[in-house]
Write a protein that binds this ligand. Structure first.
Ligand SMILES: [Mg+2]
Length: 188
């Protein structure tokens, strides 16, 4: 069975990052207007205060699943050795509260995708430490140790040109329907 890596943030669900920033700052930033992947920069010199505020809050409360992911993962889980591989450490901001983030991610996955066993979750920092036959991620750098590379379209990766994707043999997809098509999985 081929080994499949599926990323969580911006592939399974969109974490409520900008919503939390807006809640904290009293602003109304829109995700589609953002260019900087580090959304925490929106908090400016209140960054530390923001992470303090987030220390007991989840980015996943009521976060909806991305369209089609539930059914797609159900099919893929029958055909592949599937792992949800997700980074949980707030590397540049507040590593000390990352344990809570891991817990919130775990609870979210368990509730929303009950057919995937917790043994299939991999909480990690550097995803390239593990090799996969197929990788699905919205960050190009996380696909480098996968043989087949699928980039899930997201607001922060639209500036990557087709030429550059081709150079690394990466295919961009905009939906889970497209992923099933690429992997030749027929819906029953
Ligand atoms: Mg992601």
């Amino acid at each position: 069975m081929k080994r499949l890596m599926v990323d969580m943030d911006n592939c399974i669900t969109d974490a409520l990052f900008i919503e939390r920033v807006n809640e904290f700052l009293g602003t109304s930033y829109n995700i589609d207007d953002q260019k900087d992947f580090e959304l925490q920069n929106l908090t400016g010199d209140r960054k530390d205060e923001f992470w303090q505020y987030m220390s007991d809050k989840s980015f996943y409360d009521n976060a909806p699943l991305i369209d089609g992911v539930y059914d797609a993962l159900k099919l893929l889980n029958e055909r592949y050795d599937l792992y949800i591989v997700t980074a949980y450490i707030y590397r540049n901001s507040s590593p000390d509260i990352s344990g809570n983030n891991l817990k919130y991610k775990y609870e979210y996955l368990k509730e929303k995708l009950p057919f995937i066993k917790p043994e299939q979750y991999i909480f990690i920092d550097n995803k390239n430490l593990i090799e996969f036959d197929i990788g699905i991620d919205d960050k190009m750098c996380n696909l480098m140790s996968s043989s087949k590379k699928i980039l899930f379209d997201a607001w922060h990766n639209r500036n990557i040109s087709d030429l550059e994707l081709k150079k690394y043999d990466i295919v961009r997809v905009c939906s889970w329907k497209e992923i099933l098509k690429i992997l030749n999985i027929e819906k029953r």
